[in-house]
Ligand binder design. Structure first.
Ligand SMILES: NC(=O)C1=CN([C@@H]2O[C@H](COP(=O)(O)OP(=O)(O)OC[C@H]3O[C@@H](n4cnc5c(N)ncnc54)[C@H](OP(=O)(O)O)[C@@H]3O)[C@@H](O)[C@H]2O)C=CC1
Ligand SMILES: O=C(O)C1=N[C@H](C(=O)O)C[C@H](O)C1
Length: 248
């Protein structure tokens, strides 16, 4: 049995994670920590793997605690910047055998959508991302959109492509959204939505739209369980679920 703790346990995602961990034969939920609870409850309960679904402003400190305590981490919380990831990589170097998985989106379809978008990027002049979420989402743009834009930016750079033909649009009111690694990202927040993303690619005479919809938070749970079961055998930092899914 793997002893699992959950940070953000009373939240939309954390409460689902507590439920699926409790139902799994090979996992034991030993700590459920939320805002106001001492994080030391994780170590006190002998947690081996902790799952974080808290808040972009809280997650970095939580992970620093996990590394200090030698607890493997599975992080779904958005807002893990490149700077924080670099810092954590350094901390993990000093903690041999410890694993940390930071996963912008646990939905299998979302992982494929990001991969397909990166594959398609070099064949098109223009690319834009539209992410759509429930109105209570803490941040914008989403972690998924940010990661998708980074992957597209890397693919375009590797193919030697410069800025798209739309790069010089006059946009004083930022009507074209945020720009992440040269890719425009538009964030919609709307009652009735859960988590959705479209990547639109265009060249002369054609467009390609790649869309993923999470209609229920159940869509994230198989990926969370896969990460919880994998992280102990993957020392160091793993970003994304791609390598665990063995997509290559
Ligand atoms: N990677 C993925 O596949 C997914 C990632 N997410 C991300 O997960 C995060 C959480 O989303 P969601 O569940 O909807 O958010 P919620 O607001 O529903 O849940 C977050 C919970 O964490 C609590 N919390 C805040 N700070 C701390 C802390 N320092 N320690 C312990 N608990 C804390 C909150 O308490 P309080 O309300 O009192 O502040 C709340 O109960 C977001 O960043 C979201 O983008 C969401 C879905 C999928
Ligand atoms: O807050 C959410 O709901 C989600 N957050 C993640 C993100 O920021 O990309 C993953 C998914 O989009 C749901």
């Amino acid at each position: 049995m793997t002893r699992v703790g959950v940070l953000g346990a009373r939240g939309r995602m954390g409460s689902e994670v507590c439920r699926v961990v409790s139902e799994a034969d090979d996992l034991e939920l030993v700590a459920a920590v939320d805002e106001g609870d001492p994080i030391s409850a994780l170590a006190d309960a002998g947690t081996q793997v902790a799952v974080d679904f808290t808040h972009p402003t809280a997650v970095a400190d939580n992970v620093r605690y996990l590394v200090e305590q030698g607890i493997h981490g599975v992080v779904g919380t958005s807002g893990m910047t490149t700077e924080v990831l670099d810092e954590l990589r350094g901390r993990l170097d000093a903690a041999p055998g410890l694993g940390l998985m930071v996963v912008p989106n646990f939905g299998i379809g979302a992982v494929l959508m990001m991969r397909f978008a990166a594959q398609a990027a070099r064949f098109y002049d223009s690319v834009e991302i539209v992410e759509m979420h429930h109105p209570n989402k803490a941040d914008a743009p989403s972690g998924t959109a940010t990661r998708t834009a980074q992957m597209i930016g890397e693919a375009r750079a590797a193919a030697g492509l410069g800025p798209g033909p739309d790069a010089t649009t006059h946009d004083p009111d930022h009507a074209r959204g945020a720009t992440v690694d040269g890719v425009h990202v538009h964030a919609v927040r709307m009652a009735g939505l859960v988590a959705h993303q479209e990547v639109m690619l265009g060249s002369a005479g054609e467009t390609l739209t790649i869309r993923h919809d999470s209609l229920d938070r159940a869509s994230f749970m198989p990926g969370v369980l896969l990460a919880v079961r994998s992280v102990g055998s993957r020392p160091g930092l793993t970003v994304g679920l791609e390598s665990v899914l063995d997509l290559d």
